[in-house]
Design a protein around this ligand. Structure first.
Ligand code: TPP
Length: 321
């Protein structure tokens, strides 16, 4: 990666982190309705993968979707407006945190149904093949989601049809409040995917460079007609399953320790500054710019127009004729 690529990747990592930190603070004020699931801790996965993608490539996300949307280029202010339920939000305030989509960015949608993104992205990959498209499709699924049957049906179909499809498994070790050991028989998630007949590798999802290299290989293979791959990336989630989860299932020390030892941002910073590829001043300028972008996003969200009752049935059903 050259200097600009590295600076761009850092900018994206910082944007994802700050979006979640600000969402957390604002959520606690009670102004954002419903649930929200924060991606903090897992940013290197979304950014490491999406840095290889263009607007034409398609992704499908999960209930923990803010990071994927931002990594794919969705506008942070439009997303904040969406979280606030504003009619100026990316989905006119009708999607909220768990259903953000932006087709102009190839972001086909976050999806609250665990595992459901995998078969949808297989459809997007099949469309690429059938229409002579050049796009690849990527689905993000959590480790808990790998126990959903349709994920394996999707993997099988992608292998049979040799689709340009990448399955990214985000392994944070938890499915809500259940540790993976209580829910998953074979802890080797890459082996489970490989058993379906495709290349599958496991990487340290805290290490941006490891994710970026493995994703680059899988995406290049898909682009040259080499079929699907699976990438399993492990990284912690710093906060609870959803905002407000008291996390009685893990100790305060364990949580603090995750931040100390497994934070993708200090890891990235240490590497690029040690190598001399980016300077502390360049990184600080990015931090200041992202802080400004987030101030602006939150201010817009707070002031954004709210729906009126008569809007409720607008944009709910698609018209085909
Ligand atoms: C089909 C389905 N089953 C159960 C749920 C409830 N649910 C929401 S998130 C979640 C845990 C998902 O864990 P994982 O896939 O590992 O993702 P993570 O939350 O760790 O990012 C569950 C069980 C759901 N939304 N959809």
């Amino acid at each position: 990666m050259d200097h600009d690529d590295l600076l761009g990747a850092y900018r994206r990592l910082r944007l994802l982190r700050e979006f979640e930190e600000r969402t957390r603070v604002e959520f606690q004020t009670g102004q954002i309705a419903g649930f929200t699931h924060l991606y903090a801790g897992m940013e290197a996965i979304a950014v490491g993968v999406c840095e290889h993608l263009t607007d034409e490539d398609r992704i499908i996300s999960t209930h923990r979707g803010h990071g994927h949307c931002l990594a794919k280029g969705c506008d942070p202010a439009a997303m904040m407006l969406e979280l606030w339920g504003s009619t100026d939000g990316l989905c006119r305030g009708k999607g909220g945190t768990m259903h953000i989509a932006d087709f102009s960015r190839g972001m086909l949608g976050a999806n609250a149904v665990v595992g459901a993104g995998a078969p949808i992205a297989v459809g997007a990959a099949l469309a690429s093949l059938m229409t002579g498209g050049t796009w690849v499709a990527v689905s993000f699924v959590g480790d808990g989601g790998t126990n959903i049957g349709s994920v394996y049906e999707a993997m099988n179909l992608a292998v049979v049809l040799q689709l340009p499809k990448i399955f990214v498994i985000e392994d944070n070790g938890w499915g809500e409040m259940t540790p993976i050991a209580n829910a998953t028989g074979n802890r080797d998630l890459a082996a489970r995917a490989a058993a379906m007949g495709m290349p599958a590798v496991a990487v340290d999802g805290v290490d941006f460079f490891a994710v970026h290299a493995a994703a680059g290989e899988a995406i290049a293979r898909a682009r040259r007609g080499g079929g699907p791959s699976t990438l399993v990336a492990s990284a912690p989630r710093f906060y609870g399953h959803h905002e407000g989860d008291p996390q009685l299932y893990r100790s305060r020390e364990e949580i603090a320790d995750l931040r100390r030892r497994e934070d993708c941002l200090p890891r990235f910073i240490e590497r690029v500054t040690t190598e001399g590829s980016l300077t502390a001043a360049e990184l600080a300028a990015v931090d200041a710019d992202i802080a400004r972008i987030m101030d602006d996003a939150v201010a817009k969200a707070k002031a954004g127009p709210r729906p009126v009752p008569g809007d409720v049935f607008d944009h709910v059903y698609a018209r085909y004729r």
